[in-house]
Design a protein around this ligand. Structure first.
Ligand code: COA
Length: 258
């Protein structure tokens, strides 16, 4: 199947998906989220696909977030739908019966960090930078970030990282439990491929059962609903208008608390 914003390639059972909006640092607009939804239907249905490697086009970004030019247009009602839709697509990745590995080749910010966290495994390039910077736009992570980041790094770090919005390095992400491995950028894809080749030789039914069993450890459906509601609440504030306008106008935001 052909996509506008994704490149795909199937090689020896491994399906490569590349988010391909390099001029926007692979930011996830709504059309790309929908294509990710469709491509994972293909992953679920195609028996020749044994595992997935998900990466970003270019050497600078995995995904620099949801597309702020679209977020800036959201009102409260649309914001809730926006968050629920993204959460559902990322849940489809998390529940994929075939292993999904994020090869994080650069910035993984906001929705990009959330996308990586929805995958089963995360390998990153040494230059990758992570963060949940939504607070700087007057919003919160809305694609499952408040829930999954807490699962990976624990409550204290998740609070720190989402409240400050500060970026963190691949080495820090590794130390805090977010990543499986870090490699020089030039080796990232070959390491991911070698690892995935190990998995494609394993018993597919058992792998699917491991994935669903480990996912069952986190019974967090209400947490995701709380997140979508909180995301929508932010999107009726003046601060949200100010934060997103400031990014698009390339200036510093001045928040008023209303
Ligand atoms: N949404 C929409 N556009 C984005 C984007 C996003 N999340 N992230 C980057 N872009 C666009 C920029 O607007 C710019 O477009 P332009 O060339 O048409 O002006 C282009 O991608 C390149 O980004 P730029 O900011 O010029 O690169 P940089 O190297 O100076 O900075 C970042 C890189 C990642 C630090 C910076 O782009 C950034 O902070 N992005 C937003 C991160 C974020 O807040 N994500 C969470 C969103 S909820």
């Amino acid at each position: 199947m052909a996509y506008q914003n994704l490149l795909t390639q199937l090689k020896d059972g491994i399906f490569y998906i590349t988010i391909n909006r390099e001029s926007k640092l692979n930011a996830l607009n709504i059309a790309t989220i929908e294509e990710i939804n469709q491509v994972f239907t293909e992953v679920y249905d195609n028996k020749d696909i044994k595992g997935v490697i998900l990466t970003g086009a270019g050497s600078k970004a995995f995904v620099a977030g949801a597309d702020i030019s679209e977020i800036a247009q959201l009102n409260e009602m649309h914001a809730r739908k926006f968050a629920e839709n993204g959460q559902a697509v990322f849940e489809k990745i998390e529940n994929c019966p075939k292993p999904v590995l994020a090869a994080i080749n650069g910035f993984a910010l906001g929705g990009g960090c959330e996308l990586a966290m929805a995958c089963h495994l995360r390998f990153a390039a040494e230059n990758a930078k992570f963060g949940q910077p939504e607070i700087n736009l007057g919003i919160i992570p809305g694609y499952g970030g408040t829930q999954r980041l807490t699962q990976y790094v624990g409550k204290s770090k998740a609070m720190e990282l989402t409240l400050t919005g500060n970026m963190f390095s691949a080495q820090e992400a590794l130390a805090w439990g977010l990543l499986n491995y870090v490699y020089p950028q030039a080796e990232l894809l070959e390491k991911a491929e070698a690892f995935m080749q190990q998995l494609t030789a394993k018993a597919p039914i058992a792998m699917a059962q491991i994935i669903s069993s480990i996912n069952a450890f986190y019974g967090l459906e209400n947490g995701y609903q709380t997140e979508a509601n909180a995301f929508a609440n932010c999107c009726r504030s003046q601060d949200f208008k100010e934060g997103t306008s400031a990014f698009l106008e390339k200036r510093k935001a001045q928040f008023q608390g209303k």
